[in-house]
Design a protein around this ligand. Structure first.
Ligand code: SAH
Length: 272
């Protein structure tokens, strides 16, 4: 057993049941080119390798990389990059390896301390969506974050992150994962989620405006939207627009669906 390091948020998954659920959710085929972030000791990697065309793993910990190379280095369909996933430019590093380019799926049990930035790198942002989106992204993450990703408008967990991610991808819960499924158990419970990036049905006319609106709208939690947005729109005009969109004028930010946020931003763009 390799000793887990706190610095890199290392918790080794040890549950076969959870590994089965992750692999099933990824629905792998021999055409798939997988990206795995943070393979750790390679428990998930070993499961995936026989099922897929190729797998690129990115691991920050040099000692783990040495171990992975020793154990899996002879597999033709495996490549490992050592470095920080957030700053590494995958394309540049892989120019000489044509078999390991253009991954179409992500499957990973990621370090929880950088979940937000990882999701942003995979999906892009409202203003800058990833131009070559993945077919699917299966991630094991902290339960509280997972809940925000698949939350529906009107629920307590629906927030700016929900809108930002749901604008770019469909999000669903695959399964809950107790802390006891890891060594050492993290302080929080976990969940497996699947994101499927998709064409944006109603694109924002001015994505920066939508981002800004979300920031303001969700800035002061549990306040009515017409108060939170006072700085960008007159309260009476906002009431009118909300009525036009069939939204209760007393609504709070968390009551408004992703689609409605886009529609509201688009109406405001026409206004200004
Ligand atoms: N997937 C493994 C390990 C999960 S722990 C398992 O299921 O058991 C998270 C892993 O991410 C660790 O191996 C850690 O070293 C790695 N990691 C942490 N920060 C990283 C970063 N910025 N880039 C790449 N890997 C990182």
């Amino acid at each position: 057993m390799v000793r887990p390091r706190k610095l890199f948020a290392q918790h080794w998954l040890k549950s076969d049941k959870v590994l089965d659920a992750i692999v099933k959710a990824a629905d792998c085929s021999t055409n798939d080119r997988i990206l795995e972030i943070g393979p750790g000791t390679g428990i998930l990697t070993r499961r995936l390798l026989p099922l897929v065309q190729s797998l690129l793993a990115v691991e920050i910990d040099r000692d783990l990389c040495k171990l992975l190379v020793k154990q899996l280095g002879s597999k033709d369909n495996f490549i490992l990059l050592q470095g920080d996933f957030l700053t590494l430019d995958l394309a540049t590093n892989l120019t000489a390896f044509t078999n390991f380019q253009n991954q179409n799926k992500v499957v990973a049990n990621i370090p929880y301390n950088i979940t937000g930035p990882i999701i942003e790198k995979l999906l892009g942002t409202i203003a800058n969506p990833n131009p070559t989106p993945f077919e699917s992204i299966v991630l094991l993450i902290q339960k509280e974050v997972a809940e925000r990703l698949y939350a529906k408008a009107g629920s307590k967990t629906f927030g700016a992150l929900s809108v930002r991610v749901q604008y770019l991808a469909e999000c669903e819960l695959v399964c809950h994962v107790p802390a006891s499924a890891f060594y050492p158990p993290p302080k929080v419970d976990s969940a497996v989620v699947r994101l499927r990036p998709r064409q944006i049905e109603t694109p924002a006319n001015d994505p920066k405006k939508l981002e800004n609106l979300l920031k303001l709208g969700f800035g002061a939690k549990r306040k009515m939207l017409r108060n939170n947005l006072q700085s960008v729109i007159d309260r009476d005009r906002l009431s009118q627009l909300l009525e036009q969109l069939n939204i209760n004028p007393q609504a709070r930010a968390e009551d408004i669906s992703t689609q409605q946020w886009v529609e509201l931003a688009n109406l405001l763009t026409v206004d200004s």
